[in-house]
Write a protein that binds this ligand. Structure first.
Ligand code: T3D
Length: 265
């Protein structure tokens, strides 16, 4: 049965999915409905043979303020909430499925990204953020630790000291600082948000998708591989890519001195 999206908008054009978190009044914080929407969108994307990428962004002035705290109503005296349930039911699969998509995921952060909102943004393969954005490890302020991959992603991107400081003090990290630290790929002017989304859409829709997928897998695999293992992996992926239509087209376009027209195959 077709899913009716309530807390996100979802579009699929030319092989590129576009998910917009869409609860701007609460800075797009995660509700159970939003998680169900995201699961449906990811299931759709995972089933597409012509998938060429995913763009994730938010509506309004924020990207995502993490878990919707209004869904955590006080319990009757003596009862305590099992927070592992939400991780197991929602965040775990969201983060792992985003990372496993066989095409690039690009998060274009349009404003504040806090708590699990920051983790989900940063698990995407490439992250850009408008200059007014902030990344906040808000967990410490409510007596929690970073989750949704936050303790995995941050130290790998920015090193132990910065990851520790951001998590323990919960101070906002500006988009400019995030770029300088290597937490994100690029900080962009706020007024270029729309144009950036459109240019990323066009780049993904016309890109050498199989090469992108191999690149993504190889870069992530490098964290666990020796240099020799990584060279072997590159050899195997490059062999496959050498048989691809896109490589033939890339070489033909080079010889004919024209831009390539990649089919993604
Ligand atoms: O429970 C579990 O499952 C455990 C797992 C948790 C994962 C997590 O993500 S824990 C972290 C949860 N998130 C936070 O603690 C962040 C809470 N929000 C903030 O600290 C601030 O809103 C921000 C620093 C992100 C932005 O500040 P500011 O001043 O730009 O906006 P604001 O005025 O605080 O927020 C605007 C509205 O959004 C406001 O509603 P109102 O007053 O206009 O009716 C605010 O209450 C609402 N809002 C912001 N964050 C959340 C939220 N509503 C529900 N849940 C939120 N997380």
């Amino acid at each position: 049965m077709a899913h009716t999206y309530q807390h996100i908008t979802f579009d699929y054009t030319d092989g590129v999915g576009r998910i917009v978190l869409n609860r701007p009044d609460t800075l797009n914080s995660f509700t159970q409905i939003m998680h169900d929407d995201l699961k449906a969108a990811l299931s759709f994307l995972e089933a597409q043979d012509d998938l060429r990428g995913l763009i994730l962004t938010g509506a309004g002035r924020g990207f995502c303020a993490g878990q919707d705290l209004s869904e955590r109503k006080p319990l009757p005296a003596g009862e305590k909430r099992d927070l592992a349930e939400g991780i197991e039911k929602n965040y775990r699969s969201l983060v792992l499925r985003l990372r496993a998509l066989p095409a690039p995921t690009v998060c274009i952060v349009n404003g504040v990204a806090a708590g699990a909102g920051a983790s989900v943004a940063l698990v995407c393969d490439v992250v850009m953020a408008v200059k007014s954005s902030r990344f906040i490890q808000a967990f410490a302020r409510i007596g929690l630790m970073p989750d949704a991959g936050g303790t995995y992603i941050w130290p790998r991107m920015v090193g132990t000291q910065r990851a520790m400081g951001a998590a323990l003090f919960g101070e906002p990290v500006s988009a400019e600082k995030a770029e300088a630290w290597g937490l994100i790929w690029r900080c962009i002017p706020d007024e270029e948000l729309g144009a950036t989304i459109e240019s990323v859409q066009a780049w993904l829709a016309n890109g050498a998708t199989r090469a992108f997928a191999a690149t993504k897998h190889a870069i992530y695999a490098s964290g666990d591989n020796s240099l020799e293992e990584q060279i072997n992996l590159e050899r195997d992926y490059q062999r496959d890519l050498g048989y691809s239509d896109d490589y033939q087209e890339g070489m033909t376009a080079f010889r004919e001195k024209r831009p390539p027209r990649f089919s993604g195959q």
